[in-house]
Design a binder for this molecule. Structure first.
Ligand code: ADP
Ligand code: ZN
Length: 435
């Protein structure tokens, strides 16, 4: 049932003791070895001697992605380059790629966190794990690879893309677990249908999907189309990649490896920590990382924390689904929303496929939102024009009702919207260009 039962079921007060010990260590380590932290802590008037327990974390200053960018390339590194055994970097969705480094011990901890995560999701040594995250500078594929290998499962490192070949491998080698982004899971599912592969010829039972949001509606699509249980995992390059948290089969939030990553949720405006259950920005402190210790990093990811014991018996604290990122929140005609909310509305229509493109533009200085959505191929083929029109009007009404602005909807031909093998971008904001 558990990969490390002692830690996964540790009573909350014992976890706090362990975190306190580790926090004291990492704060002193960062202060002594990284000039950036020494400067920041001095400016904030806090010294490692004052950090005595995990609650004292609130005295420490926050850091953001721009601190990492300004210290590019080596600035936050706490060890000699000769100690580093691996470099990865983010996709840099929002600028220059952010690198992160690993010592031998960091690699060891990463494998341990990922093994614990995958085990939590249900991966066992008898599984055949196909890693269809892209093997590249990104962390995703390597993290999943390490974890599955440590469990003793059989790893097939297909990387993403070449979908027909992926499916052939699944059939021929009896893949049971598919690891990829939610977007790519949909591409695989679609291809299985298109190739007319009978579901029984696949041994697939579990999907583990991360790196981008997956709404409940999208999860359902993946589960139904592939006939699997789909679970989500979470991580970010700055913390070393995936291995931070994962859903267990209860689907009741993401269990955090809080002996390695200490979570807080703050109000992004006032920067005050929020009580459990309140929605705000997720902040993490790495409690063990050697190469690049990270203290109170503002992830920009929006969610809440939940500490009640889970149905699976784990006491590890959980975070809720990532509702969006502070930097992808959109404001249209004064209404704030996240793209994932629009996805939920769109996919609540059974005629609609999880392929859509939303465009925000300015018309006569006013926000204008339009959406192209694909429908199921049979609906597209068989439904008369009025039915398609009627579907558009129903979607428009629901968006207006649930989110609060007008969005012009058009249904388009199946397969006409580009597919993504990694993270996909489904909302395009062209407003500043037209202004
Ligand atoms: P970037 O996308 O900025 O280049 P990363 O590749 O490190 O950076 O991706 C990390 C980010 O991906 C997280 O901060 C989060 O926004 C997103 N992410 C990762 N896993 C999930 C998930 N399960 N649900 C939603 N978002 C996720
Ligand atoms: Zn659980």
């Amino acid at each position: 049932m558990f990969w490390n039962e002692r830690i996964e079921r540790l009573p909350r007060d014992e976890m706090a003791r362990l975190q306190s010990e580790r926090l004291k260590g990492i704060v002193r380590y960062a202060y002594e070895r990284v000039p950036f932290y020494r400067r920041r802590f001095d400016e904030a008037g806090v010294h490692p001697d004052q950090i005595k327990s995990i609650e004292d974390i609130e005295r420490l200053p926050f850091m953001t992605k721009s601190d990492l960018r300004e210290n590019y390339p080596w600035g936050l590194c706490a060890v000699e380059p000769s100690e580093i055994v691996r470099l990865h970097a983010s996709s840099g969705t929002t600028g220059k790629p952010t690198p992160t480094f690993y010592t031998r011990r960091d690699m060891e901890n990463w494998a341990e966190c990922m093994a614990r995560n995958l085990y939590t999701a249900g991966v066992r040594r008898t599984d055949v794990c196909q890693i269809a995250f892209r093997y590249s500078l990104f962390t995703g594929a390597f993290g999943h690879h390490l974890g599955a290998e440590r469990i003793g499962a059989m790893v097939i490192p297909t990387s993403s893309g070449q979908t027909e070949r992926q499916i052939m491998m699944m059939q021929d080698f009896g893949t049971t677990v598919l690891h990829c982004t939610p977007s790519y899971a949909i591409v695989v599912a679609e291809k299985v249908q298109e190739m007319g592969i009978p579901r029984e010829s696949l041994s697939l039972r579990l999907g583990i999907h991360g790196a981008e949001p997956m709404s409940e509606e999208l999860r359902k699509e993946v589960e139904e189309k592939l006939g699997i249980t789909a679970l989500r995992d979470y991580g970010l390059t700055e913390l070393g990649g995936p291995g931070v948290s994962i859903e267990c089969p209860e689907k009741a939030g993401f269990h955090i490896n809080e002996d390695y990553f200490y979570p807080e949720v703050i109000d992004p405006e006032t920067l005050k920590p929020l009580p459990l259950g309140e929605v705000g920005e997720l902040v993490f402190t790495t409690l063990t990382r050697e190469a690049v210790p990270i203290i109170r990093f503002r992830t920009r990811d929006i969610t809440y924390l939940e500490a009640a014991e889970c149905g699976c018996g784990r006491t590890l604290i959980r975070h809720g689904p990532i509702l969006g990122r502070t930097d992808d929140m959109l404001i249209v005609s004064g209404v704030n929303f996240f793209p994932s909310q629009l996805e939920s509305v769109l996919l609540s229509f059974k005629e609609v496929e999880p392929h859509y493109l939303i465009r925000l533009t300015k018309r006569d200085r006013r926000d204008h939102v339009s959406a192209q959505v694909e429908t199921r191929p049979d609906f597209w083929r068989e439904a008369p024009e009025e039915k398609k029109e009627e579907l558009c009007r129903r979607i428009e009404a629901k968006v207006k009702d649930l989110i609060g602005f007008r969005m012009e909807v058009e249904v388009v031909e199946p397969y006409s919207i580009p597919r993504s093998e990694g993270k996909s971008k489904r909302v395009i904001d062209e407003r500043s260009r037209d202004a």
